[in-house]
Design a protein around this ligand. Sequence first.
Ligand SMILES: [Zn+2]
Length: 99
Amino acid sequence: MEQVYQAMNLLEAHSLKGLLVSHQIDCVLKGETLSAAVGELPPDVQGVTLWVEPEKVIQARTLLQEYEAQSHTHWICQACGEENAGSFELCWQCQHSRE
Ligand SMILES: [Zn+2]
């Protein structure tokens, strides 16, 4: 397996894993159990890395680059002040709509 991405937090790691799996790319998260072990600390304290099979690395990186380009357009929820990735139409925290 090769590392293709370091996620900011578990939420991002899981959404990226879903993205890759939806393109038939097997993906393993590492660092996840470490996050669970620290219990009460925010999940973004620990980095979570995504790993794929070597023959899938190029395809995975392409998808992740597209994701990153999208996520550069972060927006701030007007209801709760949470920062959301540009690919989200609803606030991930309170489900308030983007507009
Ligand atoms: Zn919100």
